[in-house]
Design a protein around this ligand. Sequence first.
Ligand code: GLT
Ligand code: MN
Ligand code: MN
Length: 391
Amino acid sequence: MDAFNPTKDDRFTFGLWTVGNTGRDPFGDAVRKPLAPPYVVKKLAECGAWGVNLHDNDLVPFGSSAATRDAIVRDFKAALSDHGMCVPMATTNLFGHPIFKDGAFSSNDPKVRAFALKKTMDAIDLGVELGAKIYVFWGGREGAEADACRDPRVAIQRMRDALDFLCGYVRDQNYDLKFALEAKPNEPRGDIYFPTTGHMLHFIETLHHKDMVGVNPEVAHENMAGLPFQHAVAQAMEAGKLFHIDLNAQKIGRYDQDLRFGSEDVKQAFLLVRLLEGTTGGPRYAGPRHFDAHAYRTEDEDGVWDFARGCMRTYKILKVRAQAFDADPSVRELIAPTKDPAIDPLLSGYTRDKATKLRQLAIDPDATAARGLRYERLDQLMMEHLLGVRG
Ligand code: GLT
Ligand code: MN
Ligand code: MN
């Protein structure tokens, strides 16, 4: 045991599909055996996780009878209570079955759209029965290769209809449940609608019950679009819309790798943990820290638990490093905001008087531009904290 061992207070979660990933990929078969959900609950609890998340079909196989479903759910609930675990988030598999080959909510076929709504209502019931408070929507098949197949505006309208309908369902049932929309630019479709968290944030503003809908950004997905993840997360936090987060790692420009958290681009991971933990003094993210990642295909089952412990350990190490960085007087001095009592009040809240005073300010652009900002020094300090030689 050391300071980096996870506790329930850390609110770390994994999906059944993450540690249960068998290593199957488009080029090769499974390298690990499937793990029974109650066993995953036991092992995750031993590793120090707080909760476990699931798609409907991670727990209840597609097409199961009502009696089979109830028996599976009973055993799973028993495992949760035996091992002190919870299910903070649930979601629907709207991508695995061939019926969803051209999308679920955005499909051109009303039968497919109806089936997707029906499946999601059932999966919402299941999630709520297990105690979930957050419901994720990842539209992996909502996209196109032959883009002439539908007007993308129609796809957007259909997605809106589906989410408005399902918000209505949740409210009608009096469920205490919020939705979190997860963006991804491509894979498995050539292009997926709403490719980034920014696209989702705007779309949410067009929904009927927008207050119950936020985002679930994923490190790998934002990086696939070539974007800095922490900026997307910051925008979501600032808008009060960071309802959930999918932590993993990704090399830029690759397929969706879903690697162990922090295993690539450590600097980005550091900045992300710093943001989520509010070590700069800003508000802290209070939701679950979910790892949507899986072990390398080289691993056996022991390697899966090494992977799970590694995700949580790296997060906690980065948290301690971020706290030390933000407490470092040399850092604080470099990032202290420049204050100017004569100018600051003029910069927000337009009035004609402020506009006039702004115009009258004597600002020497050359003298102002000549000042070096010492960001080389700042970034090197960050590297030294990260590399463990400072703080
Ligand atoms: C799938 C996807 C993830 C989503 C999951 C939720 S399923 O593994 O790659 O990014 O978060 O549907
Ligand atoms: Mn994800
Ligand atoms: Mn992913």
